[in-house]
Design a protein around this ligand. Structure first.
Ligand code: TGC
Ligand code: FAD
Length: 395
């Protein structure tokens, strides 16, 4: 059946353009050559291997779908998704880094910012001369971000922001933070959620790293603390108001995650397959036992289905008709099957499965975060429930 490193059981390559295949294979080669040799040490010792950041930028993977005018690669949605697949075949923390920079920092500046803001920030973010983070979640408002407490108040020449964000990827290493806060709309007489570009060197801003994680250990996760942080007028993202601002960014990032986790699942499937062919127990390879073959057959089936969901999701996005609930279906399904694949692969590897000799337990632990962030499994279930019935069941 050949080499399953990439998994192409259903001739998925025939659904891709030459450019898309080239981009995917380039990223795959880079991950194998440059990233896999450093990831286990980074994971064991809980640091993000930041020396690879310029290489990720050089590959054009930061804000990859945004126009070339802003220093970005301008690739198709599907090509971008496949690149995320390959990054996450390396580690979810690597894909997280690219997701946050591209979908949660560059996208809101592109979609909701002024032309001046785009020109000021996007080329530098694309080159990783600036690193960004995205602050939506708060200690008491995770799945329900609309309840956020963080507040901006209009002052002379800008805004004063107070509040705290939690679980923020890249927070400690960021140069700018996209912070979502409530601001009173004086004309309408009510609060609105607005996005701000906050310089992390501002007085009153701090971003202590959150340690002791058992998941995404090779990724920086931080609190953001804002105490009377002044943001000048030109730090406001003027072109969006309300929760649809941050949720619009999440739709972009969830798209990348739907593809990304397929890469993590592929890595686990490939490892388990190779191991099952080589590991002799009761006088024959464990891959010859029916119970082991059943696990591999299920993994292959689920990965193949997830790939097809991704390709069609990419094509819908390229057509411009993508709905957030279509992304929810893919994020929900693919995270679930990836995590299930990782757990089953861990089982096939027996005791070896718990060591960093193999990437499986690392992927499994990472996927426990990925199934939680960007909308938990339950939340995406409810999004689909609402899409089907028209009846929201969140509260
Ligand atoms: P609801 O009333 O349904 O919606 C408010 C407004 O937003 C619009 N909308 C969306 N727009 C774009 N994309 C989406 N996915 C959207 N979902 C909703 C909606 O149409 C409405 O617009 P308008 O014009 O009528 O105002 O809001 P709700 O408060 O009832 O909440 C719905 C719910 C629960 C689905 C939403 O709050 C949600 O998705 N919660 C999950 C929160 C979440 O995913 N947080 C992620 C934080 S960032 C992160 O995890 C980064 S990890 C990064 C990494 O390391 O990779
Ligand atoms: P809660 O909302 O408290 O949920 C706890 C449980 O209750 C879950 O099982 C959930 O599904 C369930 N639940 C909640 N509401 C309902 C309901 N209505 N019906 C049924 N079940 C429900 N956030 C950012 O803003 N920026 C980031 O960069 C970022 N990076 C992250 C990185 C990591 C490693 C992690 C772990 C998280 C990150 N997050 C980030 C936060 C992430 O988005 C939240 O953790 C996530 O949205 C869930 O919120 P919570 O952890 O508060 O869980």
């Amino acid at each position: 059946m050949g080499n399953f490193t990439g998994v192409d059981f259903y001739e998925i390559d025939s659904l891709l353009t030459e450019d898309e295949i080239t981009i995917r294979d380039t990223v795959r080669g880079w991950v194998e050559e440059k990233f896999l040799p450093v990831i286990e040490d980074a994971y064991d010792n809980a640091y993000f291997p930041k020396e690879i950041i310029p290489q990720v930028a050089e590959l054009g993977l930061l804000g990859a779908t945004l126009p070339e005018k802003y220093g970005c690669a301008g690739v198709s949605a599907t090509a971008y998704g496949l690149a995320m697949q390959e990054l996450e075949r390396g580690d979810s923390g690597l894909r997280s880094f690219a997701s946050v920079q591209g979908s949660l920092v560059m996208y809101p500046i592109y979609a909701y910012g002024t032309e001046e803001q785009r020109m000021k920030y996007l080329p530098k973010l694309a080159k990783a001369e600036l690193i960004g983070c995205f602050g939506l979640t708060e200690p008491d408002f995770g799945s329900d971000p609309g309840g956020m407490i963080t507040r901006a108040v209009k002052v002379d020449g800008g805004y004063m922001i107070n509040g705290a964000k939690m679980w923020i990827t890249n927070g400690t290493v960021a140069d700018i933070a996209i912070v979502w806060a409530k601001l009173k709309n004086e004309e309408k007489g009510r609060d609105e959620i607005k996005g701000f570009i906050v310089d992390t060197r501002s007085k009153g801003f701090s971003a202590p790293e959150q340690k002791r994680k058992h998941s995404l250990r090779a990724s920086v996760t931080s609190e953001l603390v804002l105490q009377d942080v002044f943001v000048p007028d030109d730090g406001l993202l003027p072109n969006v108001s309300g929760l649809k601002g941050p949720l619009g960014c999440l739709t972009q990032a969830r798209f990348g995650i739907a593809f990304g986790v397929v890469g993590a699942a592929m890595a686990c499937f490939h490892t388990a397959t190779e191991y099952a062919k080589g590991r002799i127990m009761f006088g024959k390879p464990i891959g010859q036992f029916q119970l082991v073959q059943q696990k591999l057959a299920i993994m292959l089936t689920e990965i193949t289905k997830a790939q097809l969901v991704c390709i069609q999701l990419g094509r819908i996005k390229e057509r411009g008709t993508l709905k957030p609930e279509q992304v929810s279906l893919a994020k929900r399904n693919n995270c679930e099957i990836a995590l299930q694949t990782a757990r089953e692969a861990r089982d096939i590897l027996g005791a070896n499965g718990i060591t960093s000799e193999y990437p499986v337990m690392r992927h499994m632990c990472n996927l426990e975060s990925v199934i939680t962030y960007e909308g938990t499994h339950n939340i995406h279930t409810l999004v689909l429930g609402e899409a089907v019935t028209g009846l929201p069941a969140y509260r």
